[in-house]
Ligand binder design. Structure first.
Ligand SMILES: [Zn+2]
Length: 372
């Protein structure tokens, strides 16, 4: 932690250019945790930036320790960054004392999260802020985002940071204290359940405004052909590793007399909110087409989730992007482009040709609906 109180209740912070000198001075006076009131000690070694810590035998309910060097350094940087233009406090004790954001600036509660926490804890902390009128601002500080050719891979923990904005689409913000750099991943499109297309923007901390704002100036670079190629690989991979007969999607496809490789082009398309569902779009879009005479698209999706055939994606910071919204987006898209008849889908050669023709006539419409 970077904030403590002295015996008189006065706040002492270890941040800024004088933090080392301050730390040495504070070593000789009794200091306490602002939250639990237990004594804390000053740590000023070579590995970490100067900070306070509870005595090792004591565990504080409000603060998880030890804090990693990365978390301490990032918190310190972010505090310096925010206080250049806005009033802010470090590790504020909120009125009911239950939660302590890394930084509080007016009603913005900044959480620089490096270590992996569970989705339920992430949700709980987020709800806590929202209920009390604070805006939670989560910044990802964990291990680097994994890249795979032109795509990125996101762990379940990393997906918790996803937000949605009309201009940026799905996006999230990372900060790296080693490089003093913000990275914004925006216009995220789910390509397979593990791969995402994303545009990336690096902004050095001294050039970033608070609250952050960013714009992707270049054209949206996503291509439908990438999606088609990865779809084929996903089918290959799924059939290789899972028993085709036991996987609910492949079972349903075979039972309907179809071949998963040769489904019509309008099944398995990228749509704006498909991130709300953890499965491949081909899975849930096939279910919609299979049952659409009996139920609405929303009902079909919800029922398949109940049956365990589909899974919801946890999106604590993008509540408007629901599975129902995904169903709606897809139906809207289909109403616009129309369904593709199942003709001449008898071979892989024909399929590839049909996909190409489909791209020529519909790629623009599909991409326009992905990002506003
Ligand atoms: Zn404490």
């Amino acid at each position: 932690m970077l904030a403590a109180v002295d015996a008189g209740g006065k706040l002492k912070m270890l941040t800024g250019p004088q933090s080392k000198e301050n730390a040495i001075r504070l070593k000789n006076i009794p200091l306490f945790c602002p939250q639990c009131g237990q004594p804390v000690v000053v740590k000023a070694g070579d590995v970490n930036i100067p900070h306070f810590a509870h005595r090792s035998t004591f565990s504080c309910n409000f603060f998880s320790e030890p804090e990693s060097p990365r978390h301490l350094a990032g918190k310190n940087d972010l505090f310096q960054w925010i206080t250049k233009t806005h009033p802010a406090t470090l590790e504020s004790v909120l009125p009911d004392g239950k939660q302590r954001p890394d930084i509080l600036s007016e009603n913005i509660a900044v959480e620089f999260q490096c270590s992996t926490i569970s989705a339920s804890l992430f949700q709980k902390r987020t709800d806590y802020y929202i209920k009390r009128g604070f805006i939670p601002f989560w910044i990802y500080g964990g291990k680097p985002i994994e890249r795979k050719s032109k795509f990125i891979k996101l762990t379940p923990f990393q997906r918790l940071f996803l937000r949605y904005h009309d201009q940026l689409g799905f996006y999230f913000i990372c900060y790296c204290p080693d490089a003093k750099l913000f990275t914004i991943y925006g216009r995220l499109v789910l390509v397979t359940p593990t791969l995402f297309a994303a545009d990336r923007l690096n902004i050095p901390i001294e050039k970033m405004v608070f609250p952050p704002s960013a714009a992707f100036s270049t054209n949206f670079s996503f291509q439908l052909e990438w999606f088609h190629d990865e779809k084929r690989k996903w089918i290959d991979h799924s059939l290789y590793y899972k028993k085709a007969r036991s996987h609910p999607f492949f079972k349903a496809v075979y039972n309907s007399g179809a071949n998963p490789y040769l489904l019509p082009e309008h099944i398995g398309l990228p749509v704006r909110s498909s991130l709300a569902i953890r499965n491949h779009p081909i899975e849930w879009q096939f279910y919609i087409m299979l049952d659409k005479k009996r139920s609405s698209a929303e009902e079909i999706i919800l029922r398949r989730i109940e049956l365990g055939h589909l899974k919801k994606q946890n999106l604590p910071l993008a509540g408007s992007m629901t599975v129902e919204q995904a169903a709606k987006d897809y139906v809207e898209l289909i109403n616009q482009i129309g369904e593709v008849p199942l003709t001449s889908q008898f071979s892989m050669m024909a399929k590839l040709q049909n996909e190409k023709v489909f791209r020529i006539s519909h790629e623009k419409q599909i991409l326009d609906k992905l990002i506003f």
